[in-house]
Every structure is written in structure tokens, then in C-alpha cells.
Design a protein around this ligand. Structure first.
Ligand code: FMN
Length: 251
């Protein structure tokens, strides 16, 4: 058995797209292939909202903090944790759905992310470029309104999709030993942390990041600028309310 992981090693997020359309049949095929991803109990507790309409993109853009890809990409895919459809099927079949709880949200969110990533790999293998949008979980309450998501459905991530306009530099990764543990978790001493992060810290783009943000370490760019505690706490509250309103915190 031979296998080829080159395209996975070569991949990078694509944030700029050409004007070329993504044909319906190609998109449908990628989505269908994505639905072959593993899914809890073969329940398929997810839904995928396809956005192609410019007006819809414009409505969604501020909810993704006006990241340009939202209006520039030919296609936007919003992947949702969805126990609505499955619960309706249960009710129609004299079965009592017990999915109004946090565990069920996690189950459906995991399903949705697995399908998302499988669609992304299929898309990248076809030469398309993708970018995930983490803003989906920040503004899930408003995305629910725009996409008319009923109770039991929560958007968990969005992916922009299109033909790449150029190949940006490939970002770094930590060395594999930094993330792989043999048999049991081997916790990190200060020296390990320094060793694993030194290449990242030494990159010119990291140094530029530090300068631009007026910080003294790269870690501070993350803690003080990009992923701040106050933002995390603020958006957590919104997300917890969404889970309650969508019926996942009843037990
Ligand atoms: C859950 C998730 C959310 C992300 N959100 C954003 C985003 O909102 N905007 C963006 O430009 N990139 C986003 N990305 C892309 C990451 O920034 C990117 O994957 C990372 O910097 C590594 O780059 P690479 O994918 O090119 O290797 C996100 C990625 C993931 C997995």
C-alpha cells in the first residue's frame, strides 16, 4: 500500500481568491465526499449552509469582523452542530430524543468539525484554497439570525472557499516532538518550552509581529492583542447563552 501525504505537507491557508467560479457540481461533490467523514453513531448531527449570494455575504461580513475573504470568496460554508433534524426523526418514530444537553452539543460540534475538515482536505486536493473563520463562535448568536438556524442548531465554524490567487508563504509548525507524546503525556519543563518555541520566535515574521504590536515577546502578541482574556470571557458568555437558547443546556 502506498500513500502520498505531499499535498498535506504543502498546504497553506488561502485568503485571496481569483474571480473564477467554483462550479456547482464540484462543490456538491466535495460536500458529498465530506459527508463520508466519520460521524458519531452514523447520526450525522451536522448541517452545512452554503452561501453564494452576494447579499448574504454582505450580511455575514460584519459577523466575521469584516474579514475580506467573506465577500471576496466565491463560496462560504457554515458548518453547524445540528440535533434538530435527528430529534425530529426520533419524535416521528415514537422515540424520545435526549439531546438537550452539553454532551450532545459536543457530539454534534465534533461531527460538524470532522465534516468541515474532510471537505477542506477534499477541496485542497482539488486545487482549491480554504480559510477557516474562527469568528463563527464569537458571533454565533447573530449568525443564527442571518442563516435562520432553528433550535438545536449552532454554527461552529465557517470556511471560505475559492481558487487561489497566488501562493502565500507557508507558516511554520512546532517540531513534531512538541506535540506527540509516547504512551503518556510528558509534561514540559522550561527548557523544553524554550526549545520547542525558539524557531517560531526567531522567524522574521514573528519579530515583525512583535514590533508592529509594540510588544516585547511573541507570546504577548497572543495574550495582549490577538486572543485577549477579556475578549475570551466576553465571547464565552455569548456562546454559553447561545447554547442555552438553542436548547443544549437543559440538563
Ligand atoms: C478554527 C480555526 C479558525 C480560524 N480562524 C481564522 C480567521 O478568522 N481568519 C483567518 O484569516 N484565519 C483563520 N484561521 C486560519 C489559521 O490562522 C491558520 O490555519 C494558521 O495560521 C496556520 O496557517 P496555515 O493553515 O496556512 O498552515 C483559522 C483556523 C482554524 C483552524
Amino acid at each position: 500500500m502506498t500513500y502520498n501525504t505531499d499535498f498535506l505537507y504543502d498546504r497553506r491557508t488561502i485568503r485571496k481568491y481569483t474571480q473564477e467560479a467554483v462550479a456547482d457540481h464540484l462543490l456538491y461533490d466535495l460536500l458529498k465526499a465530506g459527508c463520508r467523514a466519520s460521524t458519531t453513531g452514523n447520526m450525522q448531527v451536522y448541517s452545512i449552509i452554503v452561501t453564494r449570494d452576494d447579499n448574504m455575504k454582505r450580511e455575514l461580513a460584519p459577523l466575521h469582523f469584516n474579514q475580506k475573504m467573506v465577500t471576496e470568496a466565491p463560496v462560504l460554508l457554515t458548518f453547524c452542530a445540528d440535533f434538530n433534524r435527528f430529534s425530529k426523526w426520533c419524535l416521528l418514530n415514537n422515540a424520545d430524543p435526549g439531546y438537550d444537553n452539553f454532551l450532545s452539543f459536543m457530539t454534534a460540534a465534533i461531527d460538524a468539525l470532522l465534516v468541515a475538515q474532510t471537505v477542506c482536505i477534499a477541496a485542497e486536493a482539488s486545487g482549491l484554497g480554504i480559510c477557516y473563520l474562527g469568528t463563527t463562535t464569537y458571533t454565533a448568536d447573530k449568525i443564527i439570525e442571518v442563516l435562520k438556524l432553528p433550535k438545536g442548531v449552532v454554527p461552529v465554524t465557517t470556511v471560505t472557499l475559492g481558487w487561489p490567487a497566488g501562493q502565500p508563504d507557508q507558516p511554520d509548525r512546532l517540531p513534531a516532538e512538541a506535540v506527540i507524546h509516547k504512551e503518556v503525556y510528558s509534561d514540559y519543563g522550561d527548557k523544553d518550552i524554550e526549545r520547542f518555541y525558539s524557531a517560531k520566535e526567531g522567524r522574521e515574521d514573528s519579530r515583525q509581529f512583535i514590533r508592529e504590536n509594540n510588544k516585547s515577546t511573541l507570546a504577548q502578541v497572543f495574550t495582549d492583542v490577538r486572543y485577549k482574556k477579556e475578549d475570551n470571557v466576553y465571547f464565552s458568555k455569548i456562546l454559553l447563552k447561545v447554547l442555552k437558547d438553542q436548547g443544549f443546556m437543559n440538563q
